[in-house]
Design a protein around this ligand. Structure first.
Ligand code: BTN
Length: 259
């Protein structure tokens, strides 16, 4: 059965976290949970505060793209206060949390397309956006935005169906958004708290990347690069081997897998 609407009380009830999701601010509809989370962070909201919307009317994606998030999907933002050293690892934390929870809640296998698109059966099912406010060496706050296509009928959204999918489409039944959100909050906190311990989050993220070893095209700013995605550095950047043998480091971009 599809839940009609999400209940913040049901999300926080006995949630096994220290701080992530202990406060959930719920809206039936918002322009973007990122903007509201930013407002909350600027007003001093506690670390772990979550802004959740049943639907977004102006959801934002990476590289100034729009993000479709109608009713039936998950759209949430989590306020964190990481150290500067850990900001670049937040993409790993969020994308691994999404992979773990999709696999745990649905049994579907999920993979990551660099840097943080989560795919099921080679199509995008989850997008992640990280926005941080950094002054000098101090991080005021970071916001992890997670959007998941959970119970969406793809025929209602032909504009995304060539490259995207939903969990309900892949499974042939609806999925509990409540279970998925509770799992995401627990996993995000667990992986976030593991960052000071070092390598494990980076290594697992690298191992889940579908991109490595493949011929790819990467759009980064106005430039397009082609080559083999050889590796990723521990700061999350992609190491691309170009046809002339040179190795370049790409910090941010959008990857298309080539045949
Ligand atoms: C991407 O794949 O380009 C990132 C998409 C991120 C979407 C989420 S939904 C919750 C949060 N609010 C937004 O406006 N965007 C993020």
């Amino acid at each position: 059965m599809i839940e009609n609407s999400l209940s913040p009380a049901a999300i926080t009830d006995n949630l096994e976290t220290r701080f992530v999701g202990q406060r959930v601010i719920y809206y039936p509809s918002l322009a973007s949970t990122m903007d509201e989370a930013k407002r909350e962070a600027q007003q001093g909201a506690a670390e772990g505060t979550v802004v959740l919307a049943e639907e977004q009317t102006a959801g934002r994606g990476r590289i100034k793209r729009a993000w479709l998030s109608p009713k039936g999907s998950i759209a949430l933002s989590i306020i964190l206060h990481p150290s500067l050293a850990h900001i670049s690892s937040l993409i790993m934390v969020a994308s691994l949390a999404a992979v773990h929870c999709i696999e745990k809640v649905t049994g579907l296998k999920a993979q990551i397309k660099w840097p943080n698109d989560v795919l099921v059966n080679k199509k995008k099912v989850c997008g992640i956006l990280i926005e941080s406010d950094v002054r000098g060496n101090t991080v005021d706050y970071s916001i992890i935005g997670i959007g998941i296509n959970v119970n969406l009928r793809l025929s209602d959204f032909p504009e995304i169906s060539p490259t995207a999918t939903s969990l309900s489409h892949e499974l042939g039944r609806s999925v509990s958004r409540l279970d998925m959100i509770r799992c995401l909050l627990v996993e995000t906190e667990r992986l976030y708290l593991a960052l000071p311990a070092g390598e494990s989050v980076y290594q697992e993220w690298r191992d889940k990347l579908v991109t490595l070893g493949k011929r790819v095209q990467v759009r980064s700013g106005d430039a397009t690069y082609k080559g083999i995605a050889e590796s990723v550095a521990s700061d999350g950047s992609l190491l691309l081997r170009q046809s002339d043998g040179s190795l370049i480091k790409i910090v941010a971009g959008d990857v298309t897998l080539r045949q």
